[in-house]
Design a protein around this ligand. Structure first.
Ligand SMILES: C[S@@+](CC[C@H](N)C(=O)[O-])C[C@H]1O[C@@H](n2cnc3c(N)ncnc32)[C@H](O)[C@@H]1O
Length: 388
C-alpha cells in the first residue's frame, strides 16, 4: 500500500478565531471533525485527502499529516521515536528536507536545536538504508517535517503544504495593511453572500476580500494557481491523482455569476494593484473595479452585502481623522445601502462606535495578533430604520 493511501490524523492549524470557520469548511468537504482547539482542527484522512485539502481549504494555514504521537517527557524519547519512523518511505534520498517545530519544554532553550537534531536523525536513517542522504536547509520548498512538542505531549508530522496556504499565489503586491487571504476567506464565509444582488467592497485595498468572494462563489479552489506544495516532493507522489483533482475542480467551477462584485478604493494605485491581483487569480473579468471615495460610489439596486475593512490606525493624529471616516460609514450605510447587509471588519472598538448604528452581530476574528470584530448591520429598505 502506498503511503499516500494510509489513513492518519490530519491536523490543520489556523489563526485564532478561525476554527469554527475551518470546521464548517471541512464538514462541507466531507470530513467529520475529530477535535478543535483555539488554533487548529483535526480530522482523519490520507495523504491523498491532504492533497485535496491543500487544493480546496480556504481558511486553514497548512495541512499536517501525523506520523507519530506520543507521551514525551525527555529528549531521548523524542529522538529514539524519530529514528524508528520509516522516513525512507516518505522522503526521497535525492530530495530536500526542512524541519520546523513548535516546542514548549523546559529542557529546550532553542528550538533550532530540536530542528537540527531531528534533521540529523532523519538523514542518517535514509543514508544508512539508501546509501545517500537528502539535502536539507531552512527553505520550505521540498519535504517539510514538523515537530510539535508541548509539555509532555509530542506529535511528529509531515507538513504537506510547505508555504502557508494563505499564500495563494495571486497577491504579489500588497497595498495598505492587506488582509491575510485566509482571514478574508473567513469573512467571506461569514457574510454568506449568495451570489445574487451585489457584493460591494468599497475600501478594497489589494482586493483580497473581493477576490476571495469571487473564488468562493464560483467554487474555484484557492490552491488551483499555486505551483508548489510540500506533498509534491514526497516519495511516490501520485501526480496523476493531483492532476485529476485539479481537473475535477475546474470542471465544477462556475464560469459566471448572477450577481455583481464591485471593488473600489480612493487610492488609484491600490486599485491598479488589486486589478493585477484579480488577473493573477483568474477573476478579473468578474470584478468591477472603480476609483473613488466610498461614500460617492453608485450603489446598485437589488441589495446584497457591503463589506468594509477600514484602517483602524495606531497613531493619535490618524485616529482623529478615522473617527470622521467611521462616522461617514454609518451615514453611507443609512443613506445609500438600504436593502443590503452591511459589514465592517475593524480592530478598534472605539472607532466602531462612531458608526452610530447598532450591530446585530459581532464576530471575533484576529488579524495577526490584533483582536478584531466583524460587525454586521441590517440595513432595511424604505421607511423601516436600521434594526436597533
Ligand atoms: C485596511 S485597508 C484595506 C485592506 C484590504 N482589505 C486588503 O486586503 O488589501 C483600507 C483601505 O481603505 C482605503 N480607504 C481609506 N479611506 C477611504 C475612503 N474615504 N474611500 C475609499 N477608500 C478609502 C485605503 O486606501 C486602503 O486601501
Amino acid at each position: 500500500m502506498s503511503v499516500f493511501s494510509q489513513p492518519s490524523t490530519l491536523l490543520i492549524p489556523c489563526a485564532k478565531g478561525i476554527p469554527p470557520f475551518l470546521a464548517a469548511e471541512l464538514k462541507a468537504l466531507g470530513f467529520p471533525v475529530v477535535a478543535e482547539t483555539v488554533a487548529s482542527v483535526s480530522i482523519r484522512g490520507t495523504l491523498v485527502d491532504a492533497m485535496r485539502l491543500n487544493l480546496h481549504c480556504r481558511t486553514g494555514q497548512r495541512v499536517f499529516f501525523q506520523l507519530a504521537s506520543m507521551n514525551c517527557p525527555a529528549q531521548d524519547g523524542l529522538f529514539s521515536r524519530l529514528a524508528r519512523i520509516p522516513w525512507e518511505n516518505y522522503i526521497p534520498a535525492d530530495g530536500y528536507l526542512s524541519v520546523t517545530s513548535v516546542v514548549d519544554h523546559p529542557s529546550v532553550r532553542d528550538r533550532r536545536f530540536i530542528n537540527q537534531k531531528t534533521k540529523d536523525v532523519i538523514v542518517d536513517r535514509i543514508r544508512r538504508l539508501r546509501g545517500r542522504r537528502p539535502d536539507s536547509g531552512p527553505r520550505r520548498h521540498g519535504v517539510v517535517v514538523h515537530v510539535y512538542w508541548r509539555r509532555n505531549q509530542c506529535g511528529i508530522y509531515l507538513d504537506t503544504s510547505g508555504e502557508s496556504l494563505a499564500r495563494r499565489g495571486y497577491r504579489q503586491e500588497g497595498g495598505k495593511a492587506p488582509l491575510q487571504e485566509t482571514l478574508a476567506a473567513a469573512v467571506v464565509q461569514e457574510v454568506a453572500w449568495n451570489g445574487t444582488g451585489t457584493f460591494l467592497n468599497p475600501m478594497c485595498g489589494s482586493g483580497t476580500l473581493a477576490i476571495e468572494a469571487a473564488l468562493k462563489i464560483l467554487d474555484i479552489p484557492p490552491g488551483l494557481q499555486r505551483r508548489n506544495f510540500a506533498f509534491m516532493h514526497l516519495e511516490g507522489f501520485p501526480r496523476s491523482t493531483w492532476q485529476q483533482l485539479k481537473r475535477e475542480a475546474r470542471r465544477q467551477a462556475r464560469q459566471s455569476l448572477p450577481g455583481r462584485i464591485i471593488a473600489t478604493d480612493h487610492d488609484r494605485a491600490v486599485v491598479k494593484m488589486a486589478k493585477q491581483n484579480a488577473r493573477r487569480a483568474g477573476v478579473d473579468g468578474l470584478i468591477e473595479f472603480g476609483v473613488g471615495d466610498f461614500a460617492q460610489i453608485a450603489v446598485p439596486e437589488g441589495g446584497g452585502v457591503v463589506v468594509l475593512n477600514p484602517e483602524y490606525g495606531e497613531r493619535l493624529g490618524q485616529l482623529a481623522a478615522l473617527e470622521g471616516t467611521y462616522r461617514r460609514i454609518g451615514d453611507f450605510f443609512k443613506q445609500k445601502c438600504a436593502g443590503f447587509r452591511g459589514f465592517i471588519l475593524t480592530g478598534n472598538r472605539d472607532l466602531a462606535k462612531k458608526v452610530g448604528l447598532k450591530a446585530s452581530r459581532r464576530i471575533p476574528l484576529y488579524n495577526g495578533s490584533i483582536e478584531c470584530r466583524l460587525l454586521e448591520y441590517e440595513l432595511y429598505a424604505g421607511s423601516q430604520r436600521q434594526k436597533v
